[in-house]
Design a protein around this ligand. Structure first.
Ligand SMILES: NC(=O)c1ccc[n+]([C@@H]2O[C@H](COP(=O)([O-])OP(=O)(O)OC[C@H]3O[C@@H](n4cnc5c(N)ncnc54)[C@H](OP(=O)(O)O)[C@@H]3O)[C@@H](O)[C@H]2O)c1
Length: 193
């Protein structure tokens, strides 16, 4: 699928590390984003990163997305949650749109209603970075990673850090990383020589 500047993309788990990169990269490419989070307290941080629309997930998501975008056609949905969250994202898409799943944060398999699959021709696909590295020509990988490194070095691409732990406190770091409702990533620093 190729997107043009001005096209809309919808994603859930929008305040995650991956979600925040999607917001920033979409903005740099001129795409508009609808960002779905699971709690009200995560809305402001996604707005601050440049999310065009930020909504809390719920059964009436499709109606709220339609109202917030003026009924814009959305052809791509990016899902990290699975379960019924996949179905709610699919219901927001235009006819023949595609949901790309890359995670199962809910612990549930993706669900999509036959209403979307059969009557509206919506597709569900998966993405796995490890496979992308196996199947993408090295020159293309280098080009993309070089572009991303440049964006990071120039401060145009970043992620929030909640806390940094010395490796001696690894148990606390793992517990903090496993906890929900974080404000960013948990970093572990190597022991000083
Ligand atoms: N397919 C691939 O190649 C690939 C590559 C990298 C990562 N991933 C996957 O991408 C996902 C995000 O990774 P990340 O490192 O960006 O995450 P992260 O920064 O650690 O953030 C975790 C996110 O998950 C949300 N969350 C946790 N439990 C949830 C649930 N039960 N329902 C809905 N949302 C939930 C959190 O919401 P709160 O803030 O509200 O707690 C937060 O937005 C993970 O599933 C990871 O495995 C896949």
């Amino acid at each position: 699928m190729s997107l043009q500047a001005g096209d809309w993309v919808i994603q859930n788990s929008a305040n995650s590390g991956v979600g925040s990169y999607l917001v920033q990269l979409a903005k740099l490419r001129g795409f508009k984003t609808v960002n779905v989070v699971r709690r009200e307290s995560a809305v402001a941080s996604v707005q601050a990163q440049g999310g065009d629309v930020v909504l809390v997930d719920g059964d009436d998501l499709a109606e709220r997305v339609k109202a917030a975008t003026g009924g814009a056609a959305i052809n791509l949905g990016v899902d990290a949650v699975g379960g019924k969250a996949t179905m709610r994202l699919a219901a927001c898409l235009a006819e023949s749109g595609t949901v790309v799943n890359y995670g199962a944060l809910s612990g549930e398999p993706c669900m999509v209603s036959p209403r979307e699959l059969v009557f509206r021709d919506v597709s569900l696909k998966g993405f796995w970075l490890a496979k992308w590295f196996r199947t993408t020509p090295p020159a293309k990988q280098v080009a993309l990673l070089t572009e991303l490194a440049g964006l990071i070095a120039s401060g145009k691409l970043s992620t929030a850090i909640q806390a940094t732990y010395d490796v001696a406190r690894i148990k606390e770091a793992v517990a903090a990383a496993a906890a929900g409702e974080r404000q960013g990533k948990i970093l572990v620093e190597p022991a000083q020589a």
